[in-house]
Design a protein around this ligand. Structure first.
Ligand code: PLP
Length: 434
C-alpha cells in the first residue's frame, strides 16, 4: 500500500494545525504511521487520498449508522442547502426532529419530554451539567472512571491520588478549584457512591454516567447498578444524567433508556442524532427544561444551534432507521458475524501479536476489539475492577494489529480503547472474503 500523498499532506498539516489534526485521536499517536487522509466515503467504505479503499469500522466514531453518504441523507441536505443553510431565527426544521425524538422517548417511557439542540456532544453535556446545577441549586457532580463526557472543564477530572482523594484535573488548563466539584467514582462501586452522598450530603446536583460506557472499550454495567444510581438520586433529590451520546439510537431507538427501562432526569445525545453533521441535544422533562433561558435563569445559547442542514440530516437518518423493520436486531446479528470474522483474524495473527487471551466483544452494534478473559468470566456487577483488569498488553500490540487489519483493507478506530461500530451499510459477506 502506498501512503505517499497522505504523508505529504501530513507534513503540510503539522505546519498549519497543532499536531496536524483537529481532534487528538486522529493523529495516530503511538501507531508508528502517519495519519491517513481520507477523501471520500461510500456506504461501509472510505477511500484515502492515495486511492486505497477500506471497510470503515470507525464510522466517524459512531454517527454514521447508515454508512457514508446515504443517498437519501445527501439529497435531504442538498435540498435544504438550496433553501438556506442557517437562519439564526425560529424555524420549522428542528420541530420535526424534536417530535421524532420525543415521540420515541414517549413511546418508551410514557413521559413527555422537551429537547434543546446544540452543536456537539460536549456542548450537550456542558449544558446538562449547568442545568442540573441550576435546577438543584447544588454544585457537586459524580462521574465515573472510564466514562468520557466530552472535553469541557467539569468533566476533565480524574480521581486524585492523594490521601484525601481530592479530585484532580485531567487536563492542563482546568482550574483545581473546579476539580473539587466533580467527584470521581469507580464503575459498579456502590460503596463509593454511597460514601460520596454521605460526605456531601445535600450538595450533589447530579450523577452523570454513560449507561453503556463505550469510551474505554465497552464496559456494560449491570441493570442493578444503573437502578441503584436511579434510586440514590431520587432519594437525595439529585438528578441522574444518562450520557447517551454514543448509545442513543445505537443500541435501540431510545438507547439505553429502552434497553434498561430506567428513566434518567436528563439525557444527552450527539453522534447519530445529527446523521454525520454536528448536533447534540439535551432532553429532560419540562419542569427541568424550563430552567433554561429564555424561560429560566440557566443561560445557554448557540448561533448555529438547530442548524437546518444538521436537522434534516439527523431527521432523515432517524426516519430511515425507524422505517426499516428489525433494524436493530439485524444490525446486532451482523455485528455478531463481523466480530466472529475479526476473532478469526486475531487468532491467526495471535502468534505475531501475542495476545491469545484477548478477543473482541460486542454489545448490539458497538464492539471492542479486546475483552480480557479475566473480566469476561466475572459477573458484570463487579465491573469496577474492569479498568485495572484491562491488560496493558493490548495497548502494546494494537499498532501491529491496526496495520495488519489495514493490509486486509479494514480501517479500525485508530486507538486501542476506542470502540468500533457496525452500520447498515456494512457487508459481512464481502468481509469474510478479505
Ligand atoms: C463522543 C462523546 C462525547 C463528546 O461528543 P463530541 O461531539 O465529540 O463533543 C460525550 N459523551 C460521550 C459518551 C461520547 O461518546
Amino acid at each position: 500500500m502506498n501512503f505517499s500523498r497522505s504523508q505529504e499532506l501530513f507534513s503540510q498539516a503539522v505546519q498549519l494545525i497543532p499536531g496536524g489534526v483537529h481532534s487528538p485521536v486522529r493523529s495516530f499517536k503511538g501507531l508508528g504511521i502517519t495519519p491517513l487522509f481520507m477523501e471520500r466515503g461510500e456506504g461501509g467504505n472510505i477511500f484515502d487520498v492515495d486511492g486505497n479503499g477500506y471497510v470503515d469500522f470507525c464510522q466517524s466514531f459512531g454517527p454514521l449508522i447508515l454508512g457514508h453518504s446515504h443517498p437519501k441523507v445527501v439529497s435531504a441536505i442538498q435540498k435544504q442547502a438550496s433553501l438556506g443553510v442557517s437562519f439564526g431565527t425560529a424555524e420549522r426544521y428542528s420541530l420535526e426532529l424534536a417530535q421524532l425524538i420525543l415521540g420515541i422517548l414517549k413511546d418508551c417511557t410514557g413521559e413527555q419530554m422537551q429537547v434543546r439542540f446544540v452543536n456537539s456532544g460536549t456542548e450537550a453535556v456542558m449544558t446538562a451539567i449547568r442545568l442540573a446545577r441550576g435546577a438543584t441549586n447544588r454544585n457537586k457532580i459524580i462521574k465515573f472512571n472510564g466514562c468520557y463526557h466530552g472535553h469541557h472543564d467539569s468533566m476533565l477530572i480524574k480521581a486524585g491520588s492523594g490521601l484525601a482523594q481530592q479530585s484532580e484535573a485531567s487536563s492542563s488548563g482546568v482550574p483545581a478549584s473546579l476539580a473539587q466539584d466533580t467527584i470521581v467514582c469507580d464503575l459498579g462501586d456502590y460503596q463509593q457512591v454511597e460514601e460520596a452522598f454521605a460526605q456531601y450530603s445535600g450538595q450533589i446536583a447530579a450523577i452523570i454516567i454513560e449507561p453503556l460506557p463505550a469510551n474505554y472499550g465497552l464496559l456494560p454495567q449491570s441493570q442493578k447498578f444503573l437502578q441503584y444510581l436511579r434510586d440514590i438520586c431520587s432519594k437525595n433529590n439529585s438528578l441522574l444524567i444518562f450520557d447517551e451520546v454514543i448509545s442513543g439510537f445505537r443500541v435501540a431507538l431510545a438507547g439505553m433508556v429502552e434497553v434498561t427501562q430506567i428513566l434518567p432526569d436528563i439525557i444527552t445525545y450527539g453522534k447519530i442524532i445529527g446523521g454525520g453533521l454536528p448536533v447534540g441535544a439535551v432532553v429532560a422533562r419540562q419542569q427541568i427544561m424550563q430552567e433554561l433561558a429564555p424561560l429560566g435563569p440557566v443561560y445557554q445559547a448557540g448561533t448555529l444551534s438547530g442548524n437546518p442542514l444538521a436537522m434534516v440530516a439527523g431527521l432523515t437518518t432517524l426516519q430511515l432507521v425507524q422505517s426499516e423493520p428489525q433494524f436493530y436486531a439485524r444490525l446486532k446479528d451482523k455485528t455478531e458475524k463481523i466480530t466472529a470474522i475479526f476473532n478469526q483474524w486475531i487468532e491467526k495473527y495471535s502468534v505475531q501479536v501475542e495476545y491469545k487471551d484477548l478477543k473482541n466483544y460486542h454489545f448490539f452494534s458497538a464492539y471492542s476489539l479486546f475483552w480480557p478473559t479475566e473480566v469476561e468470566n466475572k459477573d458484570q456487577a463487579s465491573l469496577p475492577s474492569s479498568l485495572s483488569g484491562f491488560s496493558n498488553k493490548f495497548g502494546t500490540h494494537f499498532p501491529l494489529l491496526f496495520k495488519l487489519f489495514l493490509q486486509k483493507g479494514v480501517y479500525l478506530s485508530p486507538n486501542a480503547y476506542e470502540v468500533g461500530f457496525v452500520g447498515s451499510a456494512h457487508d459481512e459477506k464481502k468481509l469474510s472474503k478479505q
